[in-house]
Design a protein around this ligand. Structure first.
Ligand code: SAM
Length: 252
């Protein structure tokens, strides 16, 4: 996959591509990237890339011309172009999966009050929000979106690591533990030390359901649960009526 990031602040994005799992994906040639400084396409001695909003109001707006020139220079015209914005469609795991199947993606990082609407109308295919809050920069939002999708590209992460992850089957992940067995007077649940695979699978299934019910009950109505998972959920409900009183048998 080829990822292009258009930004006024390349220094905010570069460390992500040269660290950790992304660094390895780049070294393996699974991900290619380029970071384009929009200011290189701004005119005048001061390379001005933002201006005051028409109609008045606070802050500055990123000008259309330098961004359009950067898009063309990057060869991204007509490709899938993402603009991270609080007014976009919310990023979900499913949306990230869809984006991960693209061969090329271009990101335009907004800054200040945002981007001249004419660029969005002309070039942007996906306006994506990473949540209902406002960040100061599109760079951090772009990094979040890229992080969510590139790890799903074949060869970046072992497939089995992705299998039980939160949202992959509509539920949250079970709790994880590593060495030592005892830490701060707390022990790792004995079932995880038992070596008994079926018991471990059952325990994990129960914990995923418990955690989802507690932290994100909204996910349960869309999750496609197996009969076994429904049974486990009923058992949890019967044992813990306090936490789960809003769930009735008919909703399962
Ligand atoms: N004036 C804009 C508004 O009210 O929607 C907010 C601009 S924000 C200060 C600057 C940039 O950060 C935006 O152009 C966008 O690229 C990015 N940004 C902020 N919050 C975001 C979010 N929740 N999701 C995606 N991008 C976001």
């Amino acid at each position: 996959m080829r990822i292009t990031v258009l930004t006024l602040f390349p220094g905010m994005v570069e460390p992500f591509f040269s660290s950790s799992i992304m660094k390895r994906a780049v070294e393996k040639g699974i991900i290619e990237y380029s970071i384009v400084d929009i200011r290189d396409f701004a005119e005048g001695v001061h390379r001005k890339a933002d201006d005051i909003p028409y109609g008045g109001g606070a802050g500055m707006v990123m000008m259309a011309a330098p961004v359009a020139a950067a898009i063309k220079a990057a060869g991204a015209e007509g490709r899938r172009i993402v603009f991270p914005t609080p007014s976009g469609r919310i990023l979900t795991q499913r949306y990230a999966e869809e984006l991960s199947r693209e061969d090329e993606l271009c990101f335009i990082c907004g800054h200040y009050e945002g981007l001249d609407q004419r660029i969005i109308d002309e070039y942007v295919t996906d306006e994506i929000s990473i949540g209902d809050y406002v960040l100061s920069s599109g760079e951090s939002a772009a990094v979040v979106i890229i992080d969510a999708l590139y790890r799903l590209v074949d060869g970046v992460i072992a497939e089995e690591s992705l299998e039980d992850e939160s949202f992959s089957s509509g539920l949250l992940e079970y709790p994880q533990y590593t060495r030592p067995e005892r830490y701060c007077m707390k022990s790792v649940p004995s079932v995880l030390l038992s070596g008994h695979h079926r018991h471990i699978t059952e325990w994990r299934c129960m914990k995923r359901l418990e955690k989802t019910m507690l932290n994100r009950p909204d996910l349960l109505s869309d999750a496609s649960l197996s009969i076994e998972e429904r049974r486990t959920l009923l058992k949890i409900l019967n044992n813990d009526k306090g936490t789960c009183q809003r769930w009735t048998l008919s909703e399962l």
